[in-house]
Ligand binder design. Sequence first.
Ligand SMILES: Nc1ncnc2c1ncn2[C@@H]1O[C@H](COP(=O)(O)OP(=O)(O)O)[C@@H](O)[C@H]1O
Ligand SMILES: N[C@@H](CCC(=O)OP(=O)(O)O)C(=O)O
Length: 373
Amino acid sequence: MIAIEVRRVVIKVGSSSLHHPQGGLDDQAIAEIVAVIAALKKKGMECILVTSGAVAAGMGQLGLHVRPRDLPGKQAVAAVGQGVLIERYAQALERYDIVGAQILLSRIDLADASRYRNAQNTLEKLMRLHVVPIINENDTVAVDELCFGDNDTLSALVAGLVGADLLVILTDVDGLYSANPKKDPLAQLVKEVCEVSAVECMAGGAGTTIGTGGMVTKLRAAKIATRFGIGMLLLNFTRIRELLSLTEGQDTEGTYFLPAKHRLAGRKRWIAYAGLSEGSIQVDKGAAKALVEEGKSLLAKGITTIEGTWERKEIVRIVNILGEEIARGVAELSSDEVQKVKGLHSEVILKLIPDFEGEEVVHRDNMTLMLDA
Ligand SMILES: Nc1ncnc2c1ncn2[C@@H]1O[C@H](COP(=O)(O)OP(=O)(O)O)[C@@H](O)[C@H]1O
Ligand SMILES: N[C@@H](CCC(=O)OP(=O)(O)O)C(=O)O
């Protein structure tokens, strides 16, 4: 049940809903999305669209029947298709006198704090201009290790970036089932999820050869959005019209993921999910307890080992003795410096690194707990 009034919504639509069975894009599906966005805007809601479909559109243009799986193939086909995709949206929006804006984001755009803020400012400006942002991953330039790959994760990060009240993910099934409904006819629909980690075991992969990620990436998106304090609705694309009657307190179709009670604030969101971590610091039992249960900063004396290399002010993962990630944070010392001072008391550290004024290797204010994330 949606517990807040929705003023700003991020709507994500997957390739499974946009591709035409005969190849290329389904213009009817695009017309339907745009009609719903126009009606929501009329009701005073701000809409941000995250749309897949570049590869599907490119396949249509090139007469391909099988989605390329290799990176250069996917990039080339997406380059052909992205222009077609945005043109179809622009044409459909024109019928309602709505202006759209194409935004192509790469993983690296959100990983860099100043580029993240810049994207945030641009989106805010577009909202003030009553323009509908139409976002997709910048597939053509994404590098394999540095790409979202699926638009589910991207849509959750966008929802955080714009401070949305709700994230809607439209797909080709009615919601989250106890198992992949395309493989298990006895699978049951789950109406509401309070704790994403409790349902992770239900998720399987993509349902068609055109979709990417399946339920695994949708649950990842749910985890991110709900930790941001944003509810997520997973809905069958065929029910898109039901978005028009969404009101606070009403039961919804699909699966609703409830927002976490303790929402992550701005910078902590970026540290946990948008920034990229360069290495990890393992801490002893006492330090893990101090971080997780007592809300303390990380001091050098609790550090046992490190992995990877990083510079001062880069993000590191903090793991416990079992190797579980308990937190992420901005390191005040580089990996070489941490290597020198790990296990030592703060007074000794100043002699080894004279310009290190604080005693926190990762300050609490620049750290996000991840254990239940
Ligand atoms: N537990 C599950 N509940 C619902 N769908 C699931 C589950 N596990 C896997 N899936 C698959 O996820 C698919 C939707 O994801 P995907 O194919 O990536 O579509 P999209 O292009 O909309 O992102 C469904 O068609 C379904 O086959
Ligand atoms: N960026 C790609 C979409 C990736 C993808 O397939 O995502 P999805 O169908 O949402 O799981 C495209 O535009 O084709």
